[in-house]
Write a protein that binds this ligand. Sequence first.
Ligand SMILES: [Zn+2]
Length: 121
Amino acid sequence: MNTQTAQTVYPTFGQLKKTFLDSGYEIRLFPQHQLEQLALDAPAEVKRHLQSNIMGLIMPDEAVIGLAQELPGDEKAVTLLHELIHLYDEEMDEEDVENATLELEQSLTPAQFGFLQFLVS
Ligand SMILES: [Zn+2]
């Protein structure tokens, strides 16, 4: 009767920013083919993206967020947003991360988006 829809709570930009700054992770750009190779070598929990072209990857061992350097700047920023959501909640499944990314992307202020662009530049 009471169908419990598991309501996933999406992080805010402020929470993601804090997560990133607290994490000590650094952002590195890689050629996309190298990113794919890194993903193949990554631990199982990092292999979520293997179905699609890999544009971003979290490497916990090195505390690195890898992004494909071929992406245009705006897409790098959005891919970073996606990876930060993974960093914020490692348990969130890919579909929710995608939805959270889309939702956040639409609600970011120019200053917030500018911060992401700065990080990936
Ligand atoms: Zn993902």
